[in-house]
Write a protein that binds this ligand. Structure first.
Ligand code: LLP
Length: 425
């Protein structure tokens, strides 16, 4: 059930109207539903109940402390890609022993920070990274638990910018090099080889490519076992897509069904070839936890009628939501108040000085200047990808809990944006 619904013709987040939120907090503002967040996490947690499994939320999708805090209280771990994200986990009260560190370019400082907090595992992506981590751990007198991110070379059938598991991708270790890389890792004295992982891409509507990747990882775990390298966990990465409501797009696979299929394959393999030995299954979902829990609330500044096109100029822009400009992503936009004028087709654009600054194209909308619009399904990769281009302060973020809106991030003001700058003396 969506937590964003029209009540008496006005769009609400849970029990609060978006008009009231605009009134109180201004626009543009990201608005999240706590109930929607908890329901999405529960879909993973329920499917994992009674299993040897851990859900590490990929916080790059949305790293607001309020979201991290709620997920940490539900027992979530976190998939991080920087030292900054680790500090956010700690600030939100998350458990570093449930943190997985992904990414191709971990710095020495980031490794030190993560080791000093004893994180669960580093997902290592190259041989030079193995050597760097071994040295850093040795200097601190620690052992680093590692997993190798293996590139299973399956086609995730998604946008090329968010496909990550193909041969030509910068991520991971090639499938054919994986055994040799594991052997090299096992020789390094300050590394404990504990797992294997992959992440083949994002916004996958079908789980078949993920299950194919799982089969390839299992094949490697068998080969490693035969050489005496025993792995304790298998990390499927993230990638399950969500419904952006784009017409004609297939609905995404339900989370519970996907997890069930993963566990069924893992169980069958453990029984047949792994001597029933335990293995922890880790998931790193981002978008499917937060994507449909947020909207971007914006106000129409002007309607501009041109010869070929009509433009609806709003106060949100590509700096607030980059997905359309970056990936030509289709995002649903609707008026907050239903009814009104006759519908006209508009391109919805922001105030930034770039032709690429658009949020949606060719949408039939019954609106007038001053009206409020929302961009739906904006909870993932919205605020975390926001920038200050054109010296625009980033939007406020509000989380609704029942009948109460909570401000969970203040709007930036311009003075904040140049506070760290200085002129030549
Ligand atoms: N694990 C790793 C190692 C990842 O790189 C990612 C996402 C995830 C997990 C989470 O994937 P998800 O469950 O969210 O699909 N900015 C793009 C998406 C980039 C995804 C990057 N990696 C977008 O807005 O579509």
């Amino acid at each position: 059930m969506s937590q964003f619904s029209y009540q008496d013709g006005v769009l609400h987040a849970e029990g609060v109207s978006l008009s009231a939120i605009a009134e109180q907090f201004g626009t543009p503002t990201y608005v999240y539903s706590k109930a929607a967040l908890l329901a999405n996490f529960a879909a993973y947690a329920d499917a994992c109940r009674g299993r040897d499994a851990l859900v590490c939320y990929a916080m790059k999708a949305n790293s607001n402390l309020a979201i991290l805090d709620l997920l940490a209280r539900q027992g979530a771990g976190f998939d991080i890609v920087s030292g900054g994200e680790l500090l956010r986990v700690l600030a939100a009260g998350g458990d570093p022993r449930k943190v997985i560190f992904s990414g191709v370019g971990k710095s020495v400082d980031e490794m030190r920070l993560a080791l000093s907090h004893d994180i669960l595992c580093f997902n290592v992506e190259s041989i030079p990274e193995l050597h760097r981590l071994n040295e850093v751990a040795g200097a601190l007198g620690k052992q680093a638990r590692i997993s190798l991110r293996v590139n299973p070379n399956v086609d995730p059938k998604t946008h090329p910018y968010i496909a990550t598991g193909l041969k030509a991708s910068k991520f991971g270790v090639a499938f054919d090099d994986a055994l040799a890389t594991y052997r090299a890792a096992a020789q390094l004295p300050h590394l404990d080889v504990v797992g294997i992982d992959c992440h083949i891409g994002s916004q996958l509507l079908d789980d078949e490519p993920l299950l194919e990747a799982l089969d390839r990882l299992i094949e490697l775990i068998d080969q490693l076992g035969a050489e005496g390298i025993e792995l304790h966990h298998l990390d499927m990465g993230g990638g399950i897509g969500i419904d952006y409501r784009e017409q004609g797009e297939a609905p995404p696979v339900p989370v519970g069904d996907y997890l069930e299929r993963v566990f069924a394959r893992v169980d069958a393999w453990r029984a047949a070839r792994h001597n029933g030995k335990p293995i922890t299954v880790i998931f790193e979902p981002g978008r499917s936890i937060v994507g449909d829990t947020g909207v971007l609330l914006t106000r129409v500044e002007f309607l501009k009628h041109g010869e070929e096109k009509n433009f609806c100029i709003v106060d949100a822009a590509m700096n607030d939501m980059a997905r359309p400009a970056l990936y030509q992503a289709w995002m649903d936009m609707q008026p907050v108040v239903q009814g009104g004028a006759e519908a006209t087709a508009y391109d919805i654009v922001g105030p930034i000085c770039e032709s690429g600054d658009w949020l949606a194209r060719d949408r039939a909308l019954a609106i007038t200047a001053g009206d409020l619009l929302v961009m739906h399904t904006a909870g993932a990769y919205g605020m975390t990808m926001a920038s200050n281009y054109n010296t625009r302060g980033r939007a406020a973020e509000v989380m609704v809990d029942g009948a109460t809106p909570h401000l969970v991030r203040q709007r930036e003001n311009p003075a904040d944006l140049y506070a760290l700058e200085s002129v030549l003396k």
